[in-house]
Structures are given as structure tokens and as C-alpha cells.
Write a protein of this length. Structure first.
Length: 102
């Protein structure tokens, strides 16, 4: 016999059970899709955060490298200047008519 849901059945509630099973299956499928989309969104956010973190680390390393380079240049120039002053002072104390005195 057919019930009012047009499902072959021996009892009127069998058709309703089939409808409930289909609804539950659809809800589970939608929930699975939502879960996959949520996981993909979390993965995308984590990837963006990772890229931002890498860019930030690279920027910090670049700034530190630039500061170290400037400090190194200043140190080298300072050492050269001190050596030059010491050398010129030494020779000026024993003047032999170099280009500085002329």
C-alpha cells in the first residue's frame, strides 16, 4: 500500500522515517560542507598569518642588517680617522716638509 508520502510501505510511519532519514542526510551533508569550508578558512587565515610573520621577520632582519652595516661603516671610518690622526701627528712631530705643512 502507498501512504500519503507516496512511499511503498506497510505502515504509515515508514514513509515519514524515510523523509526524516533524507532530511538528516541533507543536514549532515550541509554540516560537512560547512566544516570543510570552516577548516579551509582557518587554513587560509593561518597561511596569511604565516606570510605576515615571515614578512615581518624579513623586515626586522633587514632593518637589523642595515643598522649593523651602518654601525660597521661608522666603526671603520672612526678607526681610519683615528689611525690617520695618529699617523699624521707622529709625522708632524718629526716634520720633514710633507704636503700637510706646505
Amino acid at each position: 500500500m502507498l501512504n500519503h508520502f507516496s512511499f511503498p510501505s506497510t505502515h504509515p510511519f515508514v514513509g515519514m522515517a524515510v523523509v526524516v532519514a533524507v532530511v538528516v542526510a541533507v543536514v549532515v551533508a550541509v554540516a560537512a560542507v560547512v566544516a570543510v569550508v570552516a577548516v579551509a578558512a582557518v587554513v587560509a587565515v593561518v597561511a596569511v598569518v604565516a606570510v605576515v610573520a615571515v614578512v615581518a621577520v624579513v623586515a626586522v632582519v633587514a632593518v637589523v642588517a642595515a643598522v649593523v652595516a651602518v654601525i660597521a661603516v661608522v666603526a671603520v671610518v672612526s678607526v681610519v680617522a683615528v689611525v690617520a690622526v695618529v699617523v699624521f701627528s707622529y709625522f708632524c712631530n718629526k716634520c720633514f716638509g710633507c704636503f700637510i705643512c706646505r
